[in-house]
Design a protein around this ligand. Structure first.
Ligand code: ZN
Ligand code: FE
Length: 240
């Protein structure tokens, strides 16, 4: 079974280590820098097969080129953004199938945070690497896309299986939770979540991966009934 482990990078980024234990195949999603990746790969036989990029922001691609050269790894990223990503070995688009050892994944176009943003879904575990599209209890800022575009992208992700593990690009859960509670202060699920998040953060542990089934009930951007209320919530979150 494919496993996903967060690798903390920069101040609050996560790259994700994807590992197929049967074949030993290893991928890293969104490496912002190299040192934390080298440290974890040194414990895994100094092997890196693939680098998967969700979007072009430097806090997601900063280490990609150097890591690819060092380990002779293949870089995958959105064809639409090839001009502003590190040099791609494999340019992907919505609906493409990708191989990771014995496992296959699907590329899902999720524009909104940026126009060329893609997410990677591996149905067997299931694992979703969603970059800066969907966060635990939040979603990415609309730097390039429209609210309607992001609402549609989130809708696509919300249709994946409830047990899907969300491997998001940032540790933003605490602040997102505070915003969610500001909209719905007595929500028992959010209050329970606050305790779990507090304990994890106090112990220096990631709050991710989150479960899509929980997010569909608790994330104010997934519970927004339509694009207009989504837009309103996103604007309010920008000011929060
Ligand atoms: Zn970003
Ligand atoms: Fe980011």
């Amino acid at each position: 079974m494919l496993t996903a482990t967060p690798i903390p990078m920069l101040a609050d980024n996560y790259a994700w280590l994807l590992r197929d234990p049967e074949t030993g195949t290893i991928a890293i999603v969104d490496p912002a820098e190299t040192a934390p990746a080298h440290a974890i790969l040194a414990q895994l036989g100094n092997r890196l097969d693939y680098i998967l990029l969700t979007h072009h922001h430097n806090d997601h691609v900063g280490g990609a080129d150097a890591l690819a050269k060092h380990y002779n790894a293949v870089i995958l990223g959105a064809a639409a953004d090839a001009h502003r990503l590190p040099p791609l070995d494999c340019a992907v688009k919505d609906g493409d199938t990708i191989r990771l050892g014995a496992h296959t994944g699907t590329v899902i176009a999720t524009p909104g945070h940026t126009i060329g943003h893609v997410s990677y879904f591996f149905p067997e575990t299931p694992i979703l690497c969603c970059g800066d599209t969907l966060f635990s209890l939040g979603c990415g800022r609309l730097f390039e896309g429209t609210p309607a575009m992001m609402f549609e992208s989130l809708g696509k992700l919300a249709s994946l299986p409830a047990e899907t593990l969300l491997c998001c690009g940032h540790e933003y859960t605490e602040h997102n939770l505070a915003f969610a509670l500001s909209l719905d202060p007595d929500n028992p699920r959010l209050l329970a979540r606050r305790e779990t998040v507090r304990q994890l953060r106090a112990a220096g542990q990631p709050t991710l991966p989150a479960k899509l089934g929980d997010e569909k009930q608790e994330n104010p951007f997934l519970t927004a009934p339509d694009a207009a209320s989504f837009a309103e919530r996103r604007a309010a979150r920008d000011r929060f």
